[in-house]
Design a protein. Structure first.
Length: 280
């Protein structure tokens, strides 16, 4: 596996791969790999001849009071895991390489970034779309793979790719969960044992909602009332949002149907966690 820190070198390497007739899959990450990341890599491995993984903790997608400084990092361990997954290139630029002193451009996807996490984290999605567009221009992949846990992020990136005519296929990968249902996330490493128990409120709520829907409940208000009561029964949990939204427009729904996604964000102690899932 090649480890590349420079943008110029990454672009030259991708160009050579393309000239050799290879297809390239990109898995963008912020590192501190867990099984969820490794599954994205395995998926990418199957989709293309060459697999590039980017590892960059992107400062412009963190708000001033968010966890940029303490975001977990372990480059040595990540490099070993990526190598084991037969990654061809681990692209790990630093912030100065990605954002020079004159940097002043942002990409904004307008309406899709307003609800859900967009309401709680102003500027977050501009930071995501900007870095992802840069990675696309640097790596020039044929396909890029994103986890469905960050469901709004995936919808926003698909919109950007369509709107800006990136010739890249965006592939979503199903949420990878721990044995008890907690969605895998680098931020799970912040949780104390008690908080880890409370974090199950997300998956339990999803299961409760699915159970209610399979028993015939389609009214979103009644569903949300039950879910909120369930979430509040877990110690240390503050709900940021719980909503049933249309999977394409992210608009809130009144009735559950096949296009409905339950989207949730909570704080467990100081840790913000998200989860989502279909209801039928
Ligand atoms: O999902 C993430 O890890 C990040 O938001 C991404 C897509 C790598 C952009 O920094």
């Amino acid at each position: 596996m090649e480890i590349i820190h420079s943008i110029a070198e990454m672009t030259a390497t991708s160009r050579q791969m393309r000239q050799a007739g290879s297809t390239i899959a990109l898995v963008p990450t912020m590192g501190f790999f867990h099984e969820g990341h490794l599954q994205l890599m395995r998926f990418g491995r199957q989709r293309a001849d060459r697999l590039v993984v980017s590892l960059f903790v992107n400062p412009i997608q963190f708000g001033p009071n968010e966890d940029l400084q303490r975001y977990p990092r372990d480059f040595g361990r990540d490099a070993t895991l990526a190598e084991q997954e037969r990654v061809d290139v681990l692209f790990a630029p630093d912030s100065r390489e990605m954002y020079g002193p004159e940097f002043q451009t942002r990409i904004t996807v307008e309406h899709l970034t307003a609800p859900l996490c967009g309401g709680q984290r102003p500027g977050h999605f501009d930071g995501v779309t900007t870095v992802v567009a840069k990675l696309f221009n640097i790596v020039h992949p044929h396909s890029a793979i994103f986890g469905e846990k960050d469901f709004q992020q995936l919808v926003v990136i698909r919109r950007m790719v369509d709107d800006l005519n990136f010739d890249i296929t965006i592939l979503g990968h199903v949420i990878v969960r721990e044995h008890d249902g907690l969605a895998m996330s680098s931020r799970n490493s912040y949780l104390s044992p008690d908080e880890r128990q409370s974090a199950l409120c997300l998956y339990e709520s999803l299961q409760l909602a699915r159970h209610m829907v399979s028993a015939g409940e389609v009214d979103v208000d009644r569903l949300l009332k039950e879910i909120l009561a369930r979430m509040q029964s877990y110690p240390g949990v503050t709900v940021d949002y719980v909503a049933v939204v249309d999977q394409a427009t992210l608009q809130e729904k009144k009735k559950v149907d096949r296009s409905a996604i339950l989207a949730m964000a909570v704080r467990v102690g100081a840790t913000r966690l998200i989860d989502n899932g279909r209801l039928c």
